[in-house]
Design a protein. Structure first.
Length: 292
C-alpha cells in the first residue's frame, strides 16, 4: 500500500486496473486494461479481452459499494454461451490498482460479486456488488410449520453422499433441456427426487445444476422434470447426478431421512384459524395444548 502511494505521489505513474473473476465452479479469469498481460496472485491477467470498468463507488459506513464492468464477448475469455448458461452468476470479483512496472506494488480497490449480468450486441455488462451487499439480505428465524433448513446444509446435517440419497446415471433421453427419461434409474420410490437437485457431471453443460420439479414413473421409464431448462446442450450419454428432495414436512424428515432431531420447523404451531375460535361448553378449555 505505501509503495503504491509513494508511486502515485511522484506524479508520473504507470498504473492500470486488473480484475479477477472466480466462478462458482472454481474457474478463474483475469482481465486488465493494460496493453500487455500481467501475472500475479497465480493469475494471468489478459490484455486482449476488451474489458473495461467504470469508477468504483466506495463509501464509508454500511452503504453498498458498486461498479460496472463492460467487455466484449470473446471465445478466449467470456463467451455468450457461458453467460446464457448462468456460469458467471454470483461469481466473486476482486479489482486491483496495479503498477504495471512492478506488479508487487498494488492495492485492492474492490471486492464483491457479480450481480445483474446483461449481454447483447457482442458485449456484456456486469453489475459489481460490494461485500456490504450481503447486509441487504433478510436474516433471522421464521416461525412456521415447514423446516427452514436446506437439505444437507449445516443445520439439516443430512449426508447426501450416503447410499440411497443420490445416484449418478447416464442421460438416455432428454427433451426441451429439462425433461429426462431413464430406464436405468430404479431402486428409488416414486417422487423420491422431487424438490431435489440435478447436477451435470460431464459434457458441455458440466457443472450446471437445477431443481427437480417432478419425478414420476411413466410406463416403463422414470421421468425427471426440472423447473427450468439447462441453458447448455445435453447429449445422450452425459453423466448427471440426481439427489433426493425434501418437502420440508416433519413426516418426511422422520421417515425419509431419519433426521427429526435436526428438524428446523414448528409443526405444532397453531394455524390462522385459531383466531376464529369461540368458547364452547364441551371439551377442554384449560388453555393447554391443542395437540394433546
Amino acid at each position: 500500500m505505501s509503495a503504491l502511494l509513494d508511486h502515485l505521489a511522484t506524479g508520473h505513474t504507470t498504473v492500470c486496473r486488473c480484475w479477477a473473476v472466480t466462478r462458482r465452479d472454481g474457474r478463474v479469469f483475469g482481465f486488465t486494461d493494460h496493453d500487455t498481460a500481467l501475472f500475479f496472485e497465480g493469475i494471468e491477467f489478459k490484455a486482449d479481452t476488451g474489458l473495461t470498468a467504470s469508477a468504483v463507488q466506495q463509501v464509508t459506513g454500511l452503504a453498498v459499494d458498486n461498479s460496472e464492468a463492460v467487455g466484449a464477448l470473446s471465445d478466449a475469455s467470456v463467451t455468450e454461451a457461458d453467460i446464457a448458461a448462468g456460469r458467471f452468476d454470483g461469481a466473486n470479483v476482486t479489482a486491483w490498482l496495479v503498477n504495471w512496472v512492478d506488479v508487487n506494488c498494488r492495492e485492492v480497490q474492490f471486492a464483491g460479486s457479480i450481480g445483474e449480468l446483461k449481454r447483447g450486441d457482442g458485449a456484456f455488462h456486469a453489475e459489481l456488488r460490494g461485500l456490504s451487499e450481503q447486509l441487504n439480505l433478510p436474516v433471522g428465524r421464521v416461525f412456521q410449520k415447514p423446516c427452514q433448513a436446506v437439505l444437507g446444509d449445516g443445520q439439516c446435517r443430512v449426508d447426501l453422499k450416503a447410499p440411497g440419497y443420490r445416484a449418478d446415471v447416464a442421460v438416455e433421453e432428454v427433451s426441451e433441456g429439462r425433461i429426462f427419461r431413464f430406464k436405468a434409474l430404479d431402486g428409488f420410490d416414486d417422487r423420491w427426487f422431487e424438490k431435489g437437485r440435478l447436477e451435470v457431471l460431464t459434457g458441455a453443460a458440466k457443472g450446471l445444476m437445477a431443481v427437480i420439479k417432478n419425478d414420476r414413473f411413466r410406463d416403463d421409464t422414470r421421468e425427471v422434470e426440472l423447473w427450468e431448462e439447462l441453458r447448455m446442450p445435453i447429449e445422450i450419454g452425459d453423466l448427471v447426478r440426481v439427489e433426493a428432495g425434501c418437502d420440508k414436512r416433519m413426516e418426511t424428515c422422520r421417515l425419509k431421512f431419519q433426521n427429526l432431531l435436526n428438524f428446523r420447523g414448528f409443526p405444532h404451531i397453531p394455524g390462522e384459524d385459531w383466531m376464529m375460535t369461540y368458547p364452547k361448553q364441551g371439551g377442554a378449555n384449560d388453555g393447554g395444548s391443542r395437540y394433546s
